[in-house]
Design a protein around this ligand. Structure first.
Ligand SMILES: NC(=O)c1ccc[n+]([C@@H]2O[C@H](COP(=O)([O-])OP(=O)(O)OC[C@H]3O[C@@H](n4cnc5c(N)ncnc54)[C@H](O)[C@@H]3O)[C@@H](O)[C@H]2O)c1
Length: 260
């Protein structure tokens, strides 16, 4: 049976998919015909989103796996399980990420290392171990969720800025590696500005929900922060064959911030 949809037949592995952008991307890809594997430290959360997707699009559309993206053995296990569950892996979305803000003079070295390992080591480990499966399921697409903070610096975000810049360049290196290997596997990065997800909760605690959105939105030329679907639509394009000639690129989803 041929399933309609912009990513019909694709098999996507998404890290950090228990909530926020990862969950939104999983829902979007499933709605356009893909099978999706949701991997997260928060396994119960990933299972709940997968159950919701199965209820909406049919049993066997979504699967959930426990994964700490900083642990190589867990990547190996989760990818093997996802490959078996979906009948392959053709899309890999590196989405899990964290931010620990603070002054470079006061930040404990441990905080720096934690952000770097969650945001950057994850992309290295996931790509290293997923390509084995993706080679068998071409054409393939790797989508790396960086940030506009990887292209322009913000105050008191040393490891977040540095880690997201590293994801940006690593994404290009992966693109060139795959091309040189003769693989039809592309690699691109997405650079969102503020998007309404739980990652903004620390601002909500300080300014309230509406206050936080308004304060952050004033920094965006379009006048408001983004919605998870704004990023999910970008990921859908990069995951689909519509972007078949796009690799090593960066897609900004930033309401114009970087145009200033
Ligand atoms: N929301 C924004 O404003 C925004 C802007 C730019 C970039 N981003 C990036 O988008 C990505 C998703 O952000 P979000 O807003 O959905 O965040 P979020 O905090 O809502 O969700 C992050 C998810 O990642 C999971 N996670 C954290 N550490 C993990 C680990 N070690 N292993 C596995 N899973 C882990 C969490 O459990 C959570 O489910 C991140 O990489 C973030 O840096 C977000």
């Amino acid at each position: 049976m041929t399933v309609a949809g912009r990513v019909a037949g694709k098999k996507a592995f998404i890290s950090g998919a228990a909530q926020g952008l990862g969950a939104a991307m999983a829902r979007k890809l499933a709605s356009e015909g893909a099978k999706v594997s949701l991997a997260d430290l928060n396994h119960a959360g990933a299972q709940a989103v997968a159950a919701e997707i199965d209820a909406a699009f049919g049993a066997g559309t979504a699967f959930a796996f426990p994964l700490d993206v900083t642990k190589e053995d867990q990547w190996i296990f989760a990818l093997e399980e996802a490959d078996a569950a979906m009948g392959g892996v053709s899309v890999l979305i590196h989405n899990a990420g964290i931010s620990i803000p603070g002054s470079i003079e006061e930040m404990p070295f441990e905080d720096w290392k934690r952000v770097m390992e969650v945001n950057v080591d994850s992309v290295f480990l996931g790509t290293k171990h997923a390509l084995k499966y993706m080679r068998q399921n071409q054409p393939g697409s790797i989508v790396n969720i960086s940030s506009i903070a990887g292209l322009i610096a913000a105050h008191n975000m040393p490891p977040y800025n540095a880690s997201k810049a590293a994801v940006w360049m690593l994404s290009k290196g992966i693109a060139l590696h795959c091309a040189r290997q003769g693989l039809d596997i592309r690699s691109n990065s997405i650079h969102p500005t503020f998007i309404d997800t739980p990652i903004l909760d620390k601002y909500r605690e300080q300014f309230g929900d509406e206050g936080a959105k308004a304060k952050l939105g004033r920094q965006v030329p379009l006048g408001h922060i983004g919605e998870p679907d704004d990023v999910a639509n970008a990921a859908l394009y990069l995951a689909s064959d519509e972007s078949k000639f796009v690799t090593g690129a960066e897609l900004k989803v930033d309401g114009g911030i970087s145009a200033m």
